[in-house]
Design a protein around this ligand. Structure first.
Ligand SMILES: [Ca+2]
Ligand SMILES: [Ca+2]
Length: 111
């Protein structure tokens, strides 16, 4: 019975994450948006995981956008942050595109 309750809770979380979408503002980059569609959803998590597993590499621009904690590296932490945003545990971060000198700097993804 306890296992059934745990399973129901886990399935509820998965359904919540799969149905949640966070949208971006104009002139701001939504951090974690790996597929560059100005929305944050479970697809972005999957793309980051596939890149980190060397299954489907992201472009440099996608990696820059996918860096959800804005630390200059792409890691599993970024996928976890997106999941927390989708579960409304934390708020997503945005990068101001008008005042971001970092856009002109080279970005080195970490694996
Ligand atoms: Ca997206
Ligand atoms: Ca990061």
């Amino acid at each position: 019975m306890k296992k059934l309750k745990i399973l129901v809770v886990l399935l509820s979380i998965i359904i919540l994450l799969a149905s949640t979408v966070i949208t971006s503002y104009a002139d701001a980059m939504l951090l974690g948006d790996a597929n560059l569609n100005s929305e944050l959803d479970i697809t972005d998590v999957t793309l980051i995981q596939r890149d980190l597993a060397n299954l489907t590499p992201l472009s440099v621009q996608q990696i820059y956008a996918a860096d959800a904690n804005d630390d200059g590296y792409l890691a599993i932490t970024d996928a976890t942050i997106i999941q927390k945003c989708l579960a409304k545990i934390i708020s997503p971060k945005y990068r101001d595109l008008d005042n971001d000198d970092a856009l002109n700097l080279p970005f080195v993804p970490a694996k």
